[in-house]
Design a protein around this ligand. Structure first.
Ligand code: 4NP
Length: 157
């Protein structure tokens, strides 16, 4: 049994590639990398084909996460069939995903931070802000990724 997890933000260059790399790293550390398929995508099309934002790469690298090989892509309707978890970074992404979902058979999108313990439900967009925004993205995602992995191990694997 494998589980497929898709992280979604607006541009697929800051938050969702960070979540992709953090979650994959944690799954690997638990020896679950062959049982968990991880990917990320954006609801927007502006950055298709681009590597993650250099600031996101730099902050993540300081914590041991390599974002450099990731390339942005846009969400497609098949994602709701291929992925068991479709996890939005904020309520705007969630609303867009609810519109893109092809029908009730497709995976129902959720907020990633619904699994976290920070008290926040949205990962704030760091794109127009400073360094502290990128650090907050990492803090929130690390916390939620641990809880999501625990949930998947308990219910799916
Ligand atoms: P992300 O951040 O959704 O976390 O990848 C953004 C990246 C680009 C833009 C907005 C947010 N943009 O407007 O181009």
């Amino acid at each position: 049994m494998t589980v497929a997890v898709l992280f979604v933000c607006l541009g697929n260059i800051c938050r969702s590639p960070t979540a992709d790399a953090v979650f994959a790293h944690k799954a690997r550390a638990l020896g679950l990398h062959r049982r968990v398929h991880v990917d990320s995508a954006g609801t927007g099309d502006w950055h298709i084909g681009q590597a993650p934002d250099v600031r996101a790469q730099r902050h993540a690298a300081r914590r041991g996460y390599d974002l450099s090989v990731l390339r942005a892509r846009q969400v497609v309707p098949e994602d709701f069939r291929r992925f068991d978890f479709v996890l939005a970074m904020d309520r705007g992404n969630l609303a867009d995903l609810q519109r893109l979902r092809p029908g009730p058979d497709g995976t129902e999108p959720q907020l990633l931070l619904g699994y976290g313990s920070s008290g926040l439900l949205e990962v704030p967009d760091p794109y127009y802000g400073g360094d502290e925004g990128f650090e907050q993205v990492l803090d929130l995602i690390e916390d939620a990724a641990d809880a999501l992995l625990a949930h998947i191990r308990a219910t799916r694997l």
